[in-house]
Design a protein around this ligand. Structure first.
Ligand SMILES: NC(=O)c1ccc[n+]([C@@H]2O[C@H](COP(=O)([O-])OP(=O)(O)OC[C@H]3O[C@@H](n4cnc5c(N)ncnc54)[C@H](OP(=O)(O)O)[C@@H]3O)[C@@H](O)[C@H]2O)c1
Length: 82
């Protein structure tokens, strides 16, 4: 799976699009604006992603970073995060 921070706008959206084009099927999208993330997730699925986890987190908060990792592992059942 591929975890992308800053995925609600700008470069992060571009990276998400590129990863889907490159064949990644499982993505985690992280930023604060949940609706933007949901919109990006929808676009990723339309482009071929199978599973997209949206995590609305403020990553300036270290505990939120840890929580994002925890929720990702819980969701995908793997510690292999790229
Ligand atoms: N665009 C360029 O050409 C360019 C060139 C060189 C360098 N850069 C640098 O690359 C970075 C990204 O640029 P961009 O154009 O993609 O900017 P952007 O459109 O403003 O995207 C920033 C991303 O970071 C997220 N973010 C910001 N603070 C956050 C926080 N506390 N917690 C979680 N997510 C946070 C934002 O999402 P939320 O607001 O939803 O949290 C958004 O998804 C910037 O530092 C910019 O200076 C950009």
């Amino acid at each position: 799976m591929c975890l992308i921070t800053g995925a609600s706008s700008g470069i992060g959206v571009g990276i998400a699009e590129c990863m889907v084009k490159a064949g990644w099927k499982k993505l985690v999208l992280v930023a604060r604006r949940k609706q933007n993330l949901e919109d990006v997730a929808k676009e990723c699925k339309q482009a071929g992603a199978k599973e997209v986890l949206v995590l609305a987190k403020d990553l300036s908060d270290l505990s939120a970073c840890a929580q994002a990792g925890k929720e990702t592992i819980e969701h995908f059942g793997s510690k292999s995060i790229t």
